[in-house]
Ligand binder design. Structure first.
Ligand SMILES: [Zn+2]
Length: 131
């Protein structure tokens, strides 16, 4: 299995990526998505959902609609190494509040988007988040 090989490579740190795509046909149960997996739910040729664990402190499952008929929707592209790129950015509205891009499998934090628990700095005042 290519995915297994990729996981070994990632474990060996030969492949620098935070997320690898795993495709399946059924929507994953809450909490069943492993850290570092981006589960793309497909039905035939149609991609429906992209599910991941929040890379911020909360670790909650994030489900992004890929359905072009729904809003909001995200686009996902997958490279040769199964590294996902998602657009637009992902902005968690919960207490975690993280805001990030996923590009070539790597998490890129947006300005003020890194979870406060990881930033070890007092919350800034006057910083308004754009949506
Ligand atoms: Zn979070």
């Amino acid at each position: 299995m290519l995915v297994k090989l990729l996981k070994v490579l990632r474990w060996l740190r030969l492949l620098k990526t935070d997320f690898v795509v795993v495709e399946q046909e059924v929507f994953p149960d809450e909490g069943s998505v492993s850290r570092g997996d981006l589960v793309v739910v497909r039905s035939g040729e149609v991609s429906k959902w992209a599910c991941m664990r929040c890379p911020g402190g909360c670790g909650k499952q994030i489900s992004l609609s890929l359905n072009p008929a729904r809003r909001p929707r995200w686009g996902v592209s997958i490279d040769y190494w199964l590294r996902p790129t998602l657009a637009p950015s992902i902005h968690q509205k919960n207490e975690c509040g993280c805001h990030f891009l996923l590009q070539n499998g790597k998490v890129r934090w947006c300005k003020d988007g890194r979870p406060k628990g990881q930033a070890n700095s007092p919350a800034k005042t006057g910083a308004r988040q754009r949506t």
